[in-house]
Design a protein around this ligand. Structure first.
Ligand code: ZN
Length: 464
């Protein structure tokens, strides 16, 4: 089916399947994905109602007010005081996180990751780049070592990537993603989670992912266990082109960019091309969206990013982290990366008036519920194996215990299915045998806690 499909049909298929999943859950009728339902945590459902389109609008308009947020623009004290340039934008973002922290009794640690970027193709001279982030430490010492992260880039650009002076409003790209990080911080900082959440905004994206590369490398060097990174870039729901305001694309890599030769051989022999951790995160997002209904349906796009484009999630993927990208369904390229002007009746530029703030709020809800679900979930089962010592038609799976799990679920799907189709609770055990052939399906195991939070699934490797 998929191999013969044209690209648009391929994408439409996933959208149809995602909607089918939602419909199947609503009516609890036999059908696609009905067994893989995620539980709704009432505490998370209530928090989602706090996401505010008005606050998101105010944030985006504030970001636009700095004139330009080019990474090469002013960041001297006088410009910061005058509210102009990237330095002023950064100071304002930091003040927002600090205010949230004050409101929650100091629950956020507001930090910066600053470095001097050496000259590169899009950076003519040594330039200070500063990422701003807020850490909400998990309440459980063990679970707090797991980190879920949301990010957007606060830098902007015009047609000439080296132009640091012209107005570069960057309302959609990526004021919208920055606003998602800020709004998630405001709303989720009212709750407590056993795992750690990081609300990140980076600079240097337009110059070459410089900020996110530095951050992801720092995280790797310091041994941070980032289990999921959600990158929001161009989630403004641009009103200028036949937008579908009910859909947001979720891009995920298939074969991990970090796979070595041995792993590539294994992926090839097992048919594991669509089971990278980032792909599992994309499926998880579709499942929790179906359970909570944030008002926007994720369209899973099984490729790292759009043609000719990249984004900050790739910097996390490069360090071996699980990361996906959210982007509006249809982009208006006249409203991105363009110097403000009118030509032949066409208005160019990334202005706030093209952004649909209700759409950004729906995407923020989807991000917040994904962060909250993952930060409440047990750790994924470790060292998951499928026993292949004998030729047989059953399947025996084994795994290591997850500390905070009460139960485990085996989930599976047809090898040709894009998303998980079935789940079976196998109890509080670390091995089970199913009357299903491992040759015919793809298995994974996920941990479940007493409240029904599911971990990200772990796909087994063969054990002889
Ligand atoms: Zn961008």
């Amino acid at each position: 089916m998929l191999t013969n499909a044209s690209v648009p049909t391929f994408l439409t298929t996933f959208r149809t399947l995602a909607m089918g999943l939602a419909i199947a859950l609503i009516f609890a009728s036999p059908g696609f994905g009905q067994d893989t339902v995620q539980a709704v945590d009432p505490r998370i459902a209530v928090a989602l109602k706090e996401i505010s389109p008005a606050r998101i609008q105010a944030d985006i308009e504030k970001l636009v007010s700095f004139g330009t947020r080019s990474t090469l623009s002013a960041q001297d004290p006088a410009s910061i005081a005058a509210g102009h340039g990237i330095g002023a934008a950064r100071a304002w973002i930091k003040s927002q996180f600090e205010r949230d922290s004050k409101d929650c009794g100091g629950c956020l640690e507001v930090k910066t990751d600053a470095f001097i970027q050496a000259p590169a193709e899009r950076i003519p001279q040594p330039t200070e780049i500063i990422n701003v982030y807020a850490v909400m430490k998990g309440t459980d010492p063990e679970a707090a070592k797991r980190i879920v992260l949301v990010t957007g880039h606060y830098d902007s650009r015009v047609t000439d990537i080296l132009d640091s002076k012209s107005l570069a409003p960057g309302a959609n790209d990526d004021g919208s993603g920055t606003a998602v990080s800020l709004e998630c911080a405001r709303v989720l900082s009212k709750l407590k989670f056993h795992s750690t959440i990081i609300f990140l905004t980076v600079a240097g994206e337009e110059q070459g992912l410089n900020g996110s590369r530095h951050f992801a490398q720092m995280a790797k060097e310091q041994g941070w266990n980032i289990v999921a990174a959600l990158n929001n870039d161009i989630v403004g729901g641009d009103k200028g082109v036949g937008q579908d305001p009910g859909v947001v694309r979720v891009f995920s890599e298939g074969v991990p960019v970090t796979a070595d030769d041995k792993q590539l051989k294994q992926i090839r022999s097992l048919g594991g091309e669509s089971d990278s951790p980032s792909r599992e995160l994309a499926r998880y997002i579709a499942e929790v969206a179906a359970a909570y209904d944030p008002g926007v349906a994720p369209l899973l796009v099984f490729r790292p990013d759009r043609y000719l484009r990249g984004g900050d999630h790739l910097a996390f993927n490069e360090q071996g982290y699980t990361a996906v990208r959210f982007t509006e369904y249809r982009e208006d390229f006249n409203h991105q990366h363009q110097t403000l002007r009118s030509e032949n009746g066409v208005e160019y530029g990334d202005l706030a008036k093209f952004v649909d703030f209700d759409y950004v709020a729906r995407v923020a809800r989807l991000n917040a519920l994904t962060l909250a679900a993952l930060a409440s979930a047990p750790a994924s089962p470790a060292n998951v194996r499928v026993v292949t010592s004998n030729l047989d038609n059953d399947s025996t799976l084994k795994w290591g215990p997850s500390g905070d799990a009460s139960d485990y679920e085996v989930i599976w799907r047809a090898t040709s299915s894009p998303v998980w189709e079935h789940a079976q609770n196998v109890g509080n055990v670390t091995t089970t045998t199913l009357k299903l052939s491992k040759d015919n399906v793809i298995f994974a195991v996920r941990a479940v806690d007493r409240e029904g939070h599911r971990s990200l699934p772990a796909v087994p490797l063969p054990e002889r």
